[in-house]
Design a protein around this ligand. Structure first.
Ligand code: GLY
Length: 430
């Protein structure tokens, strides 16, 4: 089989790596890929947003399967373009991907189908937003999100009015987010534990993937600015059968059915950001793709034939598929460049990768890396995802951080507390 993965981050490396373990004669391609992916797949210099060139490339090689990593090509209609040409592709169409790409549309859809979530309001200018906040009287903190895609930077949890005003100034006056910021979604702040609940669906049948938790803030203790994700682990220690059923019955299934009902049949990965509140699980938002860095923590736990699963979702035969998950825990720690998530340094030589990957059950997934004169150097904000699998989360933690001790590049930063809250919670439960 010929398989193309679109994207070039650690999520895509984890997908390529997992697919490469699958039996059979598979030829892998990745666009654009990175230095780590290049060890497993032929990397093709096509940007993920260049959907016509990607479709031309896939067509020229009669690609049997294409998997889309990031949301941007989905929002541009990559799946529609491939479908038009009869090319099998895993991911939602442009109208189905609205569930991630327009937060205003999504909130109204959730309200229509009674999917539990925070109280919300949609506003179109600064004055109206400030007036709505005053009238609603939800108090602080309050959540503000831009409507469109903003690379993880379009959401704030404002603690006071000054922060709201600053955000609105950027969205409505300075147009920092472009058209993504033409509408704002105000949301009541919900207290609780957040977890990532991902499913594969063929539009009707839903197959849950392993649960996970991610760490979005830059610094230990969930301090500092939001990032694309500084770490994750799987399975979530807060997940149990009852919570799983509640999420499926009150959030996932009504969503998939609602999308079908709206004529937006959803095929692909549907990733729910869920918060466990005292009133039960509530939906914060959906992503129309695999989570990053959750995928890096779940792929090493995945058993079963994942190629078959993705193909089955495309052709509507998911009922034939069974996936299993290793009982072991997996942790993922992101190594980032100095300055990230603001402007960051690049072209730093990375050492220790070979020694670190020799530690049993450690997998290192590359994100912003490239090879120059035989040396691997950094080329992005998030550089590597170091993962370790072990019988317990605390062992996985030890293993991953001992691998990190062997890796070096100038200015390398990482959080030291990934999964620590979960390890503590687990100990208390014992
Ligand atoms: N982990 C957050 C995301 O994938 O958007």
């Amino acid at each position: 089989m010929r398989i193309l993965v679109v994207g070039g981050g650690a999520r895509e490396h984890a997908i390529v790596w997992r697919l490469s373990l699958q039996e059979g004669e598979n030829e892998m391609f990745c666009a654009p890929g990175n230095a780590g992916i290049a060890e497993l797949a032929s990397c093709v210099e096509i940007h993920p947003t260049n959907i016509i060139e990607l479709a031309d490339f896939a067509q020229s090689l009669s690609m049997d399967l294409t998997i889309v990593g990031p949301e941007l090509p989905l929002s541009l209609g990559i799946v529609d373009e491939f479908q038009k040409r009869g090319l099998p592709i895993f991911g939602p169409t442009q109208t189905a991907a609205q569930i991630e790409c327009s937060k205003a549309w999504a909130r109204e859809f959730f309200a229509k189908y009674d999917i539990p979530g925070p109280k919300f309001a949609i506003t179109f200018n600064k004055q109206e937003t400030l007036k709505t906040i005053k009238q609603n009287n939800w108090g602080y903190p309050i959540v503000l999100k831009v409507d469109g895609l903003a690379q993880g930077k379009g959401t704030i949890i404002a603690q006071k009015k000054d922060e709201v005003e600053d955000f609105l100034e950027h969205a409505f006056i300075q147009k920092t987010y472009g058209i993504a910021g033409e509408k704002i979604i105000l949301e009541e702040f919900l207290e609780g534990i957040e977890l990532s609940f991902q499913v594969v669906t063929d539009g009707y049948k839903v197959m849950p993937l392993a649960s996970a938790q991610d760490y979005k803030r830059q610094l230990d203790g969930d301090n500092g600015p939001n990032t694309g994700g500084m770490g994750s682990y799987s399975p979530s220690v807060y997940m149990n059968l009852e919570t799983h059923q509640k999420i499926m019955n009150s959030i996932i299934i009504p969503t998939v059915q609602g999308l079908e009902n709206e004529g937006r049949l959803y095929k692909g990965v549907l990733y729910a950001g869920v918060i466990l509140t005292k009133q039960g699980p509530k939906l914060l938002e959906y992503n129309a793709r695999f989570g990053d860095p959750e995928t890096q923590a779940i792929m090493p736990r995945l058993q079963g034939n994942c190629i078959e699963c993705l193909q089955a979702a495309i052709v509507g035969r998911l009922h034939d598929i069974k996936l299993e998950w290793k009982k072991e825990a997996c942790i993922c720690i992101v190594l980032a460049s100095k300055g990230y998530p603001d402007s960051y340094e690049i072209n730093k030589e990375i050492s220790g990768l070979e020694a670190a990957s020799e530690i049993p059950s450690v997998q290192i997934f590359h994100a912003g890396t490239k090879k120059e004169n035989g040396t691997i150097v950094s080329s992005g904000g998030r550089v590597l995802s170091v993962t370790a699998t072990a019988p317990s989360l605390s062992q996985a933690y030890e293993r991953a951080y001992s691998a990190i001790d062997l890796i070096h590049f100038d200015g390398m930063q990482c959080r030291k507390d990934i999964a620590v809250n979960a390890i503590e919670y687990f100990k208390q439960k014992q």
